[in-house]
Design a protein around this ligand. Structure first.
Ligand code: THU
Length: 129
């Protein structure tokens, strides 16, 4: 299994464990860090809706807790026919741990549909103050 297939498989497994009783929309995210480790996360909703967290946030938290510092590749998966892209907040979250050239793979039921870069999804991002 190559690294991209591994990311897809991890994101699929995470999405299958998503806690999404309110939206019924499962999302999984998987990261390969620059030190060659793999992490994943799923969305975790809450009865107080804004408290819910996205799959990307879970995967980034797992990466940081696991001791890795930077995203080399990230894949976002939803078991849907429609392609999903990271929400605005998650674009900013990803940018914090990536470079503009970092690749984001977008996948749905049929597999990986598209790839783009962090810079394409969040141009001119806020980075320093
Ligand atoms: N969601 C994610 O996990 N990642 C995204 O980038 C977009 C949306 C989740 C949040 C919520 O649990 C569900 O998808 C529906 O919006």
């Amino acid at each position: 299994m190559n690294n991209l297939q591994k990311l897809l498989s991890l994101a699929r497994e995470a999405a299958a464990r998503a806690y999404c009783p309110y939206s019924h929309f499962a999302v999984g995210a998987a990261i390969e860090s620059t030190d060659g480790k793999f992490y994943s996360g799923c969305n975790v909703e809450n009865v107080s809706y804004p408290v819910g967290t996205c799959a990307e946030a879970g995967a980034i938290a797992a990466m940081i807790a696991g001791g890795s510092k930077k995203i080399a590749n990230i894949l976002i998966y939803a078991p849907s026919q429609t392609l999903i892209t990271p929400c605005g907040a998650c674009r900013q979250r990803i940018a914090e741990f990536a470079v503009p050239e970092t690749v984001i793979y977008l996948a749905q039921t049929d597999g990986i549909d598209k790839s783009c870069t962090v810079g394409e999804l969040l141009p001119s991002s806020f980075s320093e103050f």
